[in-house]
Design a binder for this molecule. Structure first.
Ligand SMILES: [Zn+2]
Length: 151
C-alpha cells in the first residue's frame, strides 16, 4: 500500500520552511497518480513556493506494482557516502551480507499473513532515482510485450 507522511522542512536554496509530503512507498494499483508523479520527478521532491526551486529529498522508497507483480526498493547511494561512520553503518544495516534487503517487508508493505506473494520478500534494489525510473520503464515494456503469461 502507499504510505506517506508530512514534514516541515526548510528549502535547501532560500531556507523558507514549508510542509512537504514524503513517500515511504508507492502502490501503482492503489494510487496510479503517484506513478505519474514519480516520472515527473514530483515524488520526494521539495518544491519551494517561495523561490520556486526544486530539490530531491534523499530517502528510501518502495515501488510496488501488484498488477505486474514486482517490488523495487530505492535506497539512495548517498547514504553510504556520509562522512559519519555510524550513519554509513546504519545504512548498511538495511542489507544482508549477500546484498539482499534485511528489513521486514511485510511490515513495510502493510501486508500480513501467508498470502504474501514471494516477490515481496525479494525486492529489486536500486541506488538512484534514475535507476528506479529505468527499471520501471523496462518492466512496463516487458509487460506490454509479453503480458502476464509468465507471472
Ligand atoms: Zn526556496
Amino acid at each position: 500500500m502507499s504510505q506517506s507522511f508530512e514534514e516541515l522542512a526548510p528549502c535547501p536554496q532560500c531556507g523558507a520552511e514549508q510542509t512537504v509530503t514524503l513517500h515511504h512507498s508507492i502502490d501503482t494499483v492503489e494510487t496510479p497518480e503517484l506513478k505519474t508523479a514519480l516520472f515527473e520527478r514530483r515524488i520526494n521532491t521539495h518544491q519551494c513556493s517561495a523561490c520556486g526551486c526544486q530539490a530531491p529529498v534523499e530517502m528510501d522508497l518502495f515501488y510496488h506494482d501488484p498488477e505486474q507483480g514486482y517490488l523495487v526498493y530505492y535506497f539512495p547511494y548517498e547514504y553510504f557516502e556520509d562522512e559519519n561512520e555510524e550513519e554509513v553503518a546504519d545504512a548498511l544495516a538495511h542489507f544482508e551480507n549477500d546484498g539482499s534487503l534485511a528489513i521486514e517487508l511485510s511490515h513495510e508493505e502493510g501486508e500480513e499473513g501467508q498470502n504474501t506473494p514471494p516477490y515481496l520478500k525479494t525486492p529489486h534494489v536500486v541506488f538512484s532515482m534514475e535507476e528506479l525510473l529505468r527499471y520501471v520503464a523496462f518492466r512496463d515494456l516487458l509487460f506490454d510485450q509479453l503480458g502476464d503469461e509468465n507471472l
